[in-house]
Each structure stands twice: as C-alpha cells, then as structure tokens.
Write a protein that binds this ligand. Structure first.
Ligand SMILES: NC(=O)c1ccc[n+]([C@@H]2O[C@H](COP(=O)([O-])OP(=O)(O)OC[C@H]3O[C@@H](n4cnc5c(N)ncnc54)[C@H](OP(=O)(O)O)[C@@H]3O)[C@@H](O)[C@H]2O)c1
Length: 329
C-alpha cells in the first residue's frame, strides 16, 4: 500500500483560500481504530470555523479538516472486531476527512445504509450524530411536542426536520428566503418562517410555543428563544453564529421551568460518540434503509476544490449537504 496520500491542509487561519492540496503520510490505525480509504467527505460549518482559526482540533486529533467520510476499510488496528478490510462504511472522524485516507475508532463507523450511495452516506455522520444526541438524547423530544429548529436548510436543519417529523413532533423552522422555506416544508416542516420578513417569536406565540428549540444562531436569538418556549420548554444550543454573549433576564427559567443546555460533538469522549453511533444504528439507520428519511444533497466538489466548497457554504446559498469527491466510486 502507498505510504503517502493527498490531503487538504489549512496553511494558516483565514478565508477559503488558505485550504491547499498537499501530501501527507498515510496514517496508521491504533488500537480499536480502522484506516478508511475515503471515497467522499462531507463538508460542515465546523470545518469552516476550524479553517478560520475559531475551532481548534482537540488534543491528539488530525490537524486536517474533515469530520465525516465514506469509503472502504483499508486496514484494521489491534482490538477491532466486527469490521473487515474492504467493508463499505461511513464514519464520524476526529478530523482528517479531506484526504485519501483517515483513521477513526471502529466504533464510530456505521454501515452504508442499504440502497444508499457512498456520496450520500459520507454526509450522514456529523449531522445525524449531532441531531440525535442534542434533539433526542439531550433535549428529550417526544411525539406530540412542538419543535423549532433554526437554520432549517442547513445540514443540521434538514436532518432535524426529518427526524423530528418522523418521531411525531410538530415541526417549525426558520430560514433566510421564501425558496428555503418551501424546501423545509417539502421536507416535512409544518411551518417554515422566513426570518427576514417574519418574527419567529410572533409566529410561535400564534401557533403554540415550542417544547424544544435547537439553536445555532445565538446572539439576540437567545432572549427571543426564551420567549418562544412553552412552559417546561428546553433550549439546546449547538453553535453561536451571531455570538455567545448576551444580557439575559433569567427569571423565565424559574417562573416557566425552562432548561437551557447545549453540547458540541467533537471534544466528547470516544465512548460517548460510540454510544451515539449505537443508538443511530438501532433507531435511525432502518429509517434511512427504508427511504423514510434521506440526506438532502447540495453540490459536490473535487478534493482539490475544497476552497470553493467552503466559499459556497459561507455564502449560505446551499440547501443541505456539500461534499468533496475524493475517489470515483
Ligand atoms: N455542536 C455541535 O456539535 C455541532 C456539530 C455540527 C454543526 N454544528 C453547528 O450547527 C450549525 C449548522 O451546521 P451545518 O454544517 O449544517 O452548516 P450550514 O449548512 O452552513 O448551516 C448554517 C445555517 O445557518 C443559517 N442561519 C444563519 N443565520 C441565521 C439566522 N439569523 N436565523 C436562522 N438561520 C440562520 C443559514 O441559513 P440562512 O441562509 O437561511 O440564513 C444556514 O442554513 C453551524 O453553526 C455549526 O457550527 C454544531
């Protein structure tokens, strides 16, 4: 097997142009890990944050961007059971997905859902791990509840709308254009709110406030989310696109018994991520195989066009997932 590979590195923190193709040694799988020969890699907003210098890899993780990929197992480390060389997988990665090869714990690999292509499968792990762990495990969304997710056409939003709908919630979402709102409603949202022309707090007051809000916007959305929550409601924060610092009146937390929480996936322990993978295999992969939910695919770029892929993501013109094609398959 070859000892060097193509990889996209971040030359220095900055805009999309700091992403450059380079050559790196092929990594070696350690105990409990597998080496994946990558076919496709998913592009996520956290990759752009890392590129800009605002989201550093946790200790021990690859400095290369890329948190998810699909491909075939190329080598197996000691202690791995249940996977063999040649198996087709999609996997959550600690980093390093923008490359020909990457290593990850075997327990963070999931099979490619029957009937799904490798490109679509590459775009599952980061958003499905994030949505499952925050909306269902942490946020405890139940059938019959009202759910609001901001950024409905993001990778996260398109996943959250479909899963919440499937598990019986009434689904509301926000997006930045009428076209994006219609796309969210086609995916199963009961009502998409164009945040440029409508106030989501007013809409939720009229339609019935939210039991659970999944928010990535932060900033002035934080006090407005509190207003949009029903009594006993939960606010789960997964990012702060408009900043994490606000002045807040916390009295409603007490009076209306609200819960504010949040999490970020990447620095969690291998065991915590394996637990999420296990739950997804049991609860969600059968839905993907049955075609009841599916990733929403935006544009594909070649590995060497990672800068263009990031520019598209940061333009917010996309609907759903952007991917990188690493090898034809
Ligand atoms: N905590 C975690 O573990 C974790 C993991 C993965 C991702 N994330 C975060 O989740 C977010 C989505 O990630 P992604 O990869 O799916 O990125 P993405 O597709 O680029 O999504 C970002 C979305 O934010 C929306 N947006 C921006 N300002 C908004 C506003 N004021 N109101 C409503 N929507 C707004 C944009 O849509 P419009 O054009 O409609 O504004 C866009 O759809 C990112 O912030 C990312 O950092 C967190």
């Amino acid at each position: 097997m070859t000892t060097t590979m193509r990889a996209v590195e971040i030359r220095s923190p900055g805009g999309p142009d700091v992403l450059a193709l380079t050559e790196r040694p092929v990594p070696t799988p350690g105990f409990g890990q597998v080496l994946i020969r990558i076919a496709h890699a998913g592009v996520n907003r956290p990759d752009a944050l890392q590129r800009a210098g605002a989201y550093n890899p946790p200790p021990g993780a690859s400095d290369l961007p890329g948190l998810e990929a699909s491909g075939h197992v190329a080598a197996i480390g000691d202690g791995v059971t249940g996977l063999a060389e040649g198996d087709a997988v999609c996997a959550l990665l600690p980093g390093g997905g923008y490359a020909d090869y990457a290593v990850t714990p075997a327990a963070h690999c999931l099979k490619v859902p029957r009937g799904m292509g490798l490109r679509e499968a590459a775009c599952l792990p980061e958003t499905f791990f994030t949505v499952w762990s925050n909306v269902f495990m942490r946020g405890g969304l139940r059938g019959g509840e009202t759910f609001l997710v901001h950024g409905g056409t993001s990778g996260i939003g398109t996943t959250a709308i479909q899963l919440a709908r499937h598990f019986g919630a009434r689904v509301f979402t926000t997006a930045g254009s009428d076209e994006k709102c219609r796309a969210c409603e086609a995916l199963g949202a009961d009502r998409a709110i164009n945040y440029r022309t409508e106030d989501f707090v007013d809409v939720m007051a009229a339609e019935g406030r939210a039991d659970l809000i999944l928010d990535m916007v932060g900033g002035d959305y934080i006090p407005r989310n509190i207003k949009a929550l029903a009594d006993d409601g939960r606010l789960v924060q997964i990012a702060f696109l408009q900043g994490p610092k606000v002045t807040l009146n916390l009295a409603p937390l007490m009076v209306r018994r609200l819960t504010m929480t949040g999490s970020t996936l990447r620095p969690q322990s291998d065991v915590a991520k394996a637990r999420i993978a296990h739950a997804l295999a049991r609860e969600v992969w059968p839905l993907l195989e049955a075609g009841r939910i599916a990733p929403v695919m935006d544009q594909a770029f070649d590995l060497g066009q990672a800068a263009q892929a990031h520019a598209r993501m940061e333009s917010s013109a996309h609907i759903g997932k952007i991917s990188l094609t690493v090898a034809d398959s």
